[in-house]
Design a protein around this ligand. Sequence first.
Ligand code: GSH
Length: 217
Amino acid sequence: MITLYYSPIHVNPRRVWITLIEKGLKFELVEVKLINDEQFKPEFLAINPFHHIPVLVDDGLTMVESLAILDYLEAKYPNPPMLPKDAKDLAIVQMVQHICVNEILPAREPLMSVMFDLPGKNPEAIEQAKIKVNTALKFFENLLDYRPFFGSNNLTLGDVVAGTLIPWLPKTGISFNDYPKLTAWCDRLVARPAWQATQATPEMMANYYKLLIKRMG
Ligand SMILES: N[C@@H](CCC(=O)N[C@@H](CS)C(=O)NCC(=O)O)C(=O)O
């Protein structure tokens, strides 16, 4: 049995959760409550000394780092394929993954302060984050072609990584008016059963708000 250590609202474990569903795999979920600092308990540190989720356990192997886990799942369970074989299309998918992690995710904190209307917002940091994210969104808009997904007619790991991040951005005050292809792509993804099954409920959002406030204190 595959086991995923996760927390339902967090973006890094959600990538893995969605990929498991899209690949039609059987798995069990073990929640790690970050609000209770469960990731620092000795039992969890024995599984992941870096105190992060996700962790995936499969076939006697314990894995950390979500992108490595996605590559493992693709190699071990190749159907349906979620990485293109064509070199250019593969490059597009991997650019999308890396831009999400290296450009958009680091800009997340100031944007979260807008989304959750947190106290003590920093207008300069918010402006800088919006500029950074808009650069990435414009780049993504140009990467999308006549096909429904990045570099593919079928859902890829790039869509999973971007699709657990980009659909949140309009809630942070970023306008999508200049990104019609990206808007249609977001609508396609969030309508998929895997996105619907892993969508945050209002209760999870409330818990996430509490976690953000706790981290500020
Ligand atoms: N590079 C790691 C990042 C994992 C990560 O930062 N996870 C967050 C949740 S989205 C976490 O576990 N935070 C709790 C902590 O670091 O103490 C990955 O891609 O798996």
